[in-house]
Design a protein around this ligand. Structure first.
Ligand code: ADP
Ligand code: MG
Length: 263
């Protein structure tokens, strides 16, 4: 499979699933506890390069914990997590390598308030990637254009709307040139009129072929771009399916109950 495989065919049709062959993330029989609380139970999840996954499920079901395990913001206790061929163990070298390949966007943006938009975007490339400032700024402007707010580059986060701040957070992640993006309810803290601009940015990213794991309640987004919807409850993956099957023909009672509450 060529590296720059387009994820959509002309006309915006998703590529056939057979085209997604290389593995980006492999999670096998993974378990995690918070103290004595068994938060993730026997998680098996294989994600192909270029695949778009939406993770849904009730509050407290372990969605955030699961995606935080993928870049080792949380540590798992048993089973295996392999990201782009790198196994996550206590080896700090592997953790650093994985973190440089995996970008993450949070519900509450987490921008540095005392830095401008441009400085937020160049900080890690300069200090972690060791890019010359000029090069880092060029890259940052390219991604700020991509999320359609280059004109905000000199402002501080507090001067922007929530939707603009979240788009800066996405651009900031992209500046590290990640191969995988994790989103943890990126629109949950936004006013309704700002949700669309962030989802549109995420849809564009999906169309560019980014491998994406998105925890979201935006079921329209799931229907539009997800290859697979994963449904979690009580620390387990209860069901997974294409969006069409997931919404039209949910299998488990827990999924049916969840859908009846959110749709
Ligand atoms: P979700 O994102 O689906 O709402 P989380 O992954 O945030 O679920 O949390 C799953 C469960 O783990 C919840 O019961 C939550 O209270 C618990 N939990 C989350 N983080 C911690 C933590 N750092 N320490 C102890 N328990 C936690
Ligand atoms: Mg969560």
């Amino acid at each position: 499979v060529p590296e720059a495989l387009p994820r959509t065919q002309a006309g915006g049709q998703p590529l056939p699933r057979e085209a997604l062959t290389e593995t980006a993330i492999q999670i096998d029989r993974m378990n995690k506890w918070y103290g004595t609380f068994h938060v993730l139970r026997d998680i098996d999840l294989h994600v192909a390069k270029g695949e778009r996954i939406v993770i849904a499920g009730p509050s407290g079901s372990g969605k955030s914990t699961l995606i935080r395990c993928v870049n080792r913001l949380e540590e798992h206790q048993s089973g295996r997590i392999v990201v782009d061929g790198i196994e996550l163990t206590s080896d700090i070298k592997n953790i650093d390598r994985v973190r440089s390949e995996v970008g993450m966007v949070f519900q509450h943006f987490n921008l540095f308030p005392h830095l401008t938009v441009l400085e937020n975007c160049t900080l890690a490339p300069i200090w972690v990637r060791r890019l010359p400032r000029r090069k880092a700024e060029e890259t940052a402007m390219r991604f700020l254009e991509k999320v359609r707010i280059p004109e905000q580059a000199g402002k501080y986060p507090g001067q922007l709307s929530g939707g603009q701040q979240q788009r800066v957070a996405i651009a900031r992640s992209l500046c590290m040139e990640p191969r995988i993006m994790l989103f943890d309810e990126p629109t949950s803290a936004l006013d309704p009129e700002m949700i669309k601009e962030v989802l549109d940015t995420m849809i564009e990213l999906a169309e560019d072929g980014m491998t994406m794991l998105c925890v979201t309640h935006e079921m329209g987004f799931a229907q539009a771009v997800a290859d697979r919807v994963i449904f979690m409850d009580q620390g387990q993956i209860v069901e997974q399916n294409t969006p069409k099957e997931f919404f039209e023909n949910p299998q488990s009672e827990r999924t049916k109950l969840f859908l009846s509450q959110i749709l």
